[in-house]
Design a protein. Structure first.
Length: 154
């Protein structure tokens, strides 16, 4: 998993509107990059809505929010519209960014082992360097934790 102080792996994916987006497009701004398992599941919805509710505050901190899951573009379109999410949600069905950030891991649920996305968030600075990582982030707390970190001006 990329660590604090390392260059964030670049990627190019499509958002819910079919727009091609690369991490490097956002040089000069900070990026709140969060990986989540699946659209319309309770924790992922809570986390995404938390970012949506705080979008103006992130913008005031010169920070762009990008969500990533392996869901399809049409799934992301429905999810973003349903919850009025004002930021890009990127579709990664080939697991390009998900594997580059090492968030595709073994998960255990009720004794069953499977591979999936472990909820993880990265704060990336204006030069593309990771400045903070929240591994196994808590859905309800993560958006505010990231905003608190930004506003503390670390």
């Amino acid at each position: 998993m990329p660590q604090v102080g390392e260059k964030a792996p670049d990627f190019t994916l499509y958002d819910q509107n079919g727009q091609k987006i690369s991490l490097s497009d956002y040089r000069g701004k900070k990026v709140a990059l969060y990986f989540y398992a699946k659209d319309n599941t309770p924790g992922c919805t809570q986390q995404s809505c938390g970012f949506g509710e705080r979008a103006a505050q992130f913008e005031a901190e010169n920070t762009v929010i990008l969500g990533v899951s392996k869901d399809s573009i049409p799934s992301h379109q429905r999810f973003a519209q349903k919850y009025s999410l004002p930021f890009s949600i990127l579709s990664d069905p080939e697991l390009e960014a998900i594997k580059a950030y090492d968030v595709w891991q073994e998960k255990k649920l009720y004794g069953k082992v499977s591979m999936g996305v472990v909820r993880t968030s990265f704060l990336i600075d204006e030069e593309g360097v990771i400045i903070q990582v929240w591994n196994k982030a808590k859905a309800a707390l993560n958006p505010q934790q990231m905003l608190d970190y930004l506003s503390a001006d670390n």
